[in-house]
Design a protein. Structure first.
Length: 320
């Protein structure tokens, strides 16, 4: 198979090319799917009509410099170390051992335990919309342009929305320490930093607040992930999204329209992707490890799977 490596540093120079691309049909590349599926409630009129082709766009996305992106025949390989290209908090509130759903009374402040990962995703560039959805598990469900991964909206119990459950505690030095930082992210038990909602530290790298949203990541089924605005720069109405946070509409990179996921910046279960509407290669999904310990602690239970919900407290920016 012939491969072409796209230098990430050259992404900015070729970004204009993506604006002129249109969607074309081709053969799907995904070969295996997860079996735990449920019927879709999406309006069929919003579904993509056959496979999409993202091959001409994925290499021009504004991937972080530390990432390696290789566009192959029918797929893209994305290699990253999981360390996001933006600031993180100096400390995080992490749950102590035996905690089901963490809160301020069951958590302690530790120095940021984020550590390097070995991500090597092979994602189809011919994503195929299917009527049956596949539940997004707790673990990586997409790779973002920052080099970190996206999780679903829930904590470890699979029902509590993480960002709705955000909280802070006071550290030993008297500073306020948060469970989820202002980028909608935090580290998992194995030190893997990840997001549960729209990361302001990511979308601001490619978008203006009042402009159209551009691609900020790829879901593992191959469909692109966008921020909160439509192609006209207006906030996407959550009511127009399907049960997976997806919609078929025009975007700057796909002016003729493509099915894609939206992170609308909400504080409820719509804050992140809850299921896949595309065929998924199960081998690409990295599930979250058991809650039996975390760097910086002797033992820890009951973290992760997270999202946002109304009432999340205001908090300072990362590192403040």
């Amino acid at each position: 198979m012939k491969t072409s490596r796209i230098p990430v540093a050259a992404v900015a120079a070729s970004a204009a090319l993506a604006l002129a691309l249109v969607v074309s049909g081709c053969t799907a590349a995904t070969t295996s799917t997860i079996s735990n599926t449920t019927p879709s409630a999406a309006d069929p009129s919003t579904a993509a009509s056959g496979p999409s082709d993202t091959s001409a766009v994925v290499g021009t996305i504004a991937w972080a410099d530390a990432m390696t992106v290789t566009v192959n025949d029918g797929s893209v390989e994305v290699v990253a170390n999981g360390i996001p290209n933006h600031e993180r908090d100096a400390q995080y509130a992490v749950p102590t051992g035996g905690t089901g759903v963490p809160d301020a009374s069951s958590s302690v402040a530790v120095d940021d335990p984020t550590s390097e990962q070995n991500y090597d995703f092979t994602i189809t560039t011919t994503p195929t919309y299917v009527d049956e959805v596949t539940a997004a598990p707790q673990g990586s469900i997409g790779i973002m342009i920052s080099g970190a991964v996206l999780f679903n909206p829930y904590e470890g119990d699979g029902t509590t929305v993480a960002m709705a459950n955000n909280f802070s505690i006071i550290g030993d030095d008297g500073t306020e320490v948060w469970f989820v930082d202002s980028c909608s992210g935090h580290p998992s038990p194995n030190g893997a930093y990840h997001y549960h909602g729209l990361p302001s530290c990511v979308w601001t790298q490619v978008d203006e607040e009042t402009g159209a949203s551009h691609i900020i990541g790829l879901a593992l089924d191959g469909f692109p992930i966008y921020g909160a605005n439509d192609i006209d720069g207006n906030p996407v109405d959550v009511a127009t999204l399907d049960e997976c946070n997806g919609i078929t509409s025009a975007t700057p990179e796909f002016p003729e329209g493509i099915y894609h996921y939206v992170l609308p910046g909400t504080l409820d279960e719509t804050s992140s992707i809850r299921c896949f509407h595309g065929e998924v290669d199960s081998s690409q999904i990295l599930t979250m490890p058991p809650m039996n310990g975390m760097p910086g602690m002797d033992a820890m239970d009951g973290m992760d799977g997270m999202p946002p919900a109304d009432g999340m407290p205001a908090r300072p920016g990362p590192g403040n």
